[in-house]
Each structure stands twice: as C-alpha cells, then as structure tokens.
Design a protein around this ligand. Structure first.
Ligand SMILES: NC(=O)c1ccc[n+]([C@@H]2O[C@H](COP(=O)([O-])OP(=O)(O)OC[C@H]3O[C@@H](n4cnc5c(N)ncnc54)[C@H](O)[C@@H]3O)[C@@H](O)[C@H]2O)c1
Length: 263
C-alpha cells in the first residue's frame, strides 16, 4: 500500500541503529535513499547502509555529513536537491549523554544541543527550502524520544534537547501545513541499538518492568512508524508526535502488568 517509488529521502544518522532500519525500510518501499551520517560514507567493508540497500536491489548512496555544521548541511542538501530533489527528510541522527545539571559540563550541554537541536534545525531548514521551491509538498519526520515528552531522571541535557525537538516539530508542522509539507515526529521508548548498549542487565530489566508490554523495541518497529509518516497515508497529520514505546508514556505499571491483569 505504501509506494515511495520516485521519491528521494534523506536519512540522517542512517549508518546504524534506528536510522539504518529507517533507510532500508524507505528503500524497500521504493524510495531513493541518501544516508547522511558522519561515519557511514567512510565504510569500505561493503556493509554500509547504502551497500546493504543496493545489494537488495534498492537505490541508495552514503554522504559524509556532520549535521551540527550548517554549511556542510546546506552544501549536501543543495547537491541532493539539484540531482534528485528532496521529498522526504528523516531527522534521526542524535547523541545521548547522561547527567543531572550538576553533572553536565558546558561542553556536554553544547554538544548534545549541537546535534539533536541545531542539527535538526539545519537539516529541516535546508530540506524545506527545497521542498518550498519545488512546490510539491514533502515529509519531514523527526526522531525525538519519550525523553522529550516527560522527564527522565539523570538525563538533563538529553531531555531538554529532545523536548526542544518535540516543540520544534509542532511549530514547523503548522507553519508549513498550508504548503502540503507534513512535519511530524516519533518518540521511541527503549530501543535495542548501540546507543542503549550502555545499560546493564539490571537496568534493562527495570526498564522492561516499567513498560506496559514488557518489551524494548526493535529498530524496525520505529522504522515502520517513520514509513507511515513518510507516506501519503499521513497527509492529514501535521506537527504530531507518535510514541512508539510499548505504552510507557500512557502508564507506567505500579505492579507487574501480568499480575495486574490476572488480579
Ligand atoms: N535507542 C533508543 O532507545 C532511542 C530511544 C529514543 C530515541 N532515540 C533516538 O533515535 C535516534 C537514533 O538512535 P540510535 O539508538 O539508532 O542511535 P545510534 O547511536 O545507534 O545511531 C546514531 C547515528 O547518528 C549518527 N550521528 C551522531 N551524530 C551525528 C552528527 N553530528 N552528524 C551526522 N550523524 C551523526 C551516528 O554516526 C550514528 O550512525 C537518535 O536521535 C536517538 O536520540 C533512540
């Protein structure tokens, strides 16, 4: 039902994790995918995301980009727009660092905002500039977090940055709704990626217990929602954030879910 043939998608941070699943999913739906990451284009082992997509019969290329550098962003997006146009942007690249405010240095704060907030802004502006010029509408999907919709103890910078992404999504979502550019976001819960490999078994168990369906997400489950928001099926959704979190934001269990249900 979702056919993105003829569309070009830029996926930031697509060399691994959620971004890789997003890139392969959009490509499987027919899109040409440009993976813009600070590492993917450097891979020479045949295992870059674009190599994987191409081997599966899709159309993809990897571009080296630090999204925190607005000049690089404008140059890369200008080049992609000239060659293919830009129909879809997925702002997925992000970084995580822990710390209360007293544990957060100036440098750590600036670095988390530079990627998650500034980078999202630079890429969104560059893509929307071309979407407006082309006059065909478009899709922007921001990968925020449950940490942008409620507090997450010990993650001051990350929660503030993801919160900024969430309201940025809403704002841009209404500004460009009249032009047929849908700007929406997903808020993943806990997802099995390199980013969350920092958690040891006891923390993982505690987080599972706090999640109503008792599970972490597979990156593919986030990608499936991004695919929906990148498609014509989401044409009437503007500035919305969809949580993909096993029910975590809706209600954290105070007793294990299974015993609550059987009681
Ligand atoms: N994993 C989770 O549980 C989880 C939960 C909620 C939200 N998220 C968000 O999902 C997104 C992807 O997370 P992930 O778990 O796949 O992370 P990851 O660390 O596995 O992958 C992040 C990717 O972003 C790229 N990247 C980082 N900084 C960049 C920059 N300045 N320029 C270009 N590329 C850059 C990295 O090279 C990497 O490929 C992030 O925005 C993250 O905050 C993740």
């Amino acid at each position: 039902m979702i056919d993105l043939t003829g569309k070009t998608a830029v996926v930031t941070g697509g060399s691994r994790g959620i971004g890789r699943a997003v890139a392969t999913t959009l490509a499987a739906a027919g899109a040409r995918v440009v993976i813009a990451d600070r590492s993917d284009a450097l891979r020479t082992d045949g295992a870059s995301t674009s190599d994987v997509i191409t081997a599966a019969g899709g159309i993809a290329e990897s571009v080296l980009l630090d999204i925190a550098d607005s000049q690089q962003v404008d140059a890369v997006f200008g080049d992609v727009a000239t060659r293919f146009g830009i129909d879809i942007l997925v702002n997925n690249a992000g970084v995580l660092s822990a710390g209360t405010v007293l544990e957060t240095s100036d440098e750590a704060w600036r670095s988390i905002f530079a990627v998650n907030v500034d980078g999202t802004f630079f890429c969104t502006r560059a893509a929307i500039r071309h979407m407006v010029d082309a006059g065909k509408g478009g899709k922007v999907v921001n990968v925020a977090s449950i940490s942008g919709l409620r507090a997450n103890p010990g993650f001051a910078g990350y929660c503030a940055a993801k919160g900024a992404m969430v309201n940025f999504t809403r704002q841009v979502g209404i500004d460009y709704a009249p032009l047929g550019i849908n700007v929406n976001g997903v808020a993943p819960g806990f997802v099995e990626t390199d980013m969350t490999a920092i958690y040891d078994a006891s923390i993982r168990g505690a987080l599972e217990a706090q999640t109503p369906n008792g599970k972490w997400a597979d990156p593919q489950q986030i990608a499936d929602t991004v695919l929906f928001l990148s498609s014509q099926l989401s044409n009437h959704i503007c500035g919305e954030i969809i949580a993909v979190d096993g029910g975590w934001l809706v209600g954290t269990p105070v007793v294990p879910v299974a015993s609550a249900v059987s009681a």
